[in-house]
Design a protein around this ligand. Structure first.
Ligand code: HEM
Length: 264
């Protein structure tokens, strides 16, 4: 039997012309590994930064309201941290339309959005467990009144504000569940974008939800004295109006640029 000539691994003669040399394979593999590592590191850093912002904000709110009962301070500060993360998620989009150099903040939206959702879920759980105690009646603002020996609606507005919160949290869950590249590929870019644009619905719902608790719920009432006004009232108004102004300016600017680019 004729002895087959052993081919050296570096010989190119027997390799199909379009196949890269094995060294190139190795290089490619190591480049892919390096870039996978770099991507994983960036994602980890962004998640760590987003969760650190959430925790720092929650801590600031927690320490700023020493007079409230600890349970209440906790669910309020987690809700406030969630709100700040939601606003942080909504800033890069319109900002990049006005100042294109800030477009590098756009990739942060996913991690900020994910942690907004996580804080919102924790806030919801704390309220359902601590305030409503898993009772639908309490969640809707009804309390058992021993003098009447029945449930009566004690807090007009409370139930509606909670329902608004629940609507927001349901949309949040849908966005959380689809905040992956896998979901983006499965749904297709257009459907995915359509779904994720509902973050603006969440924004308006949460704006109403928070405004109720900051401005209406603790106002003078027939059955209790109101606590001192919450310091967050005016920062909340400034942040919200600032964000709406940013979105409106970006919208007007987009129309202006479109008109400028359109052929005369
Ligand atoms: C996306 C979801 C949600 C966000 C971002 C959110 C955010 C907030 C914010 C910012 C506050 C005001 C905290 C303050 O007074 O400083 C708040 C209060 C409150 N939220 Fe939510 N919320 C959400 C969902 C819900 C849901 C689903 C419920 C009901 C199950 C709920 C019930 C409450 C209650 C009862 C308060 C008043 C707490 C108190 O004054 O002690 N929230 N929420």
């Amino acid at each position: 039997m004729p002895k087959r000539r052993r081919q050296s691994s570096t010989t190119t003669s027997s390799r199909p012309t379009n196949t890269p040399p094995p060294t190139a394979h190795r290089l490619e593999a190591s480049t892919t590994a390096t870039s996978t590592f770099a991507v994983a590191r960036t994602l980890l850093l962004r998640n760590a930064a987003a969760v650190a912002v959430g925790l720092a904000v929650a801590y600031l709110f927690w320490t700023s309201r020493p007079l409230w009962d600890p349970e209440m301070r906790l669910w309020k500060s987690v809700g406030d941290a969630s709100l700040i993360l939601l606003y942080a998620t909504l800033i890069p989009g319109p900002l990049a339309r006005l100042a294109p150099r800030t477009a590098r903040l756009i990739p942060w939206r996913r991690e900020l959005g994910i942690w907004f959702g996580v804080f919102a879920l924790v806030h919801t759980f704390l309220i359902l467990d601590g305030w409503a105690r898993w009772s639908l009646q309490r969640l809707l603002g009804y309390e058992f009144i021993p003098e009447l020996d029945r449930y009566a609606r004690l807090e007009p507005g409370f139930g509606l504000a909670n329902l608004i919160g629940i609507a927001a949290v349901l949309i949040t869950i849908a966005l959380l569940a689809t905040s992956t590249d896998w979901a983006l590929h499965r749904l297709g870019a257009s459907a995915w974008k359509f779904l994720h644009n509902s973050v603006y619905i969440i924004f308006w719902l949460i704006l109403l939800h928070t405004a109720y608790f900051l401005f209406i719920h603790y106002s003078p009432h027939f059955h209790r004295l109101p606590p001192p006004p919450d310091w967050f009232r005016y920062p909340f108004l400034i942040l919200t109006l600032g964000l709406i102004a940013l979105q409106t300016t970006a919208f007007i600017n987009t129309i202006r640029l479109r008109k400028l680019r359109a052929p005369a």
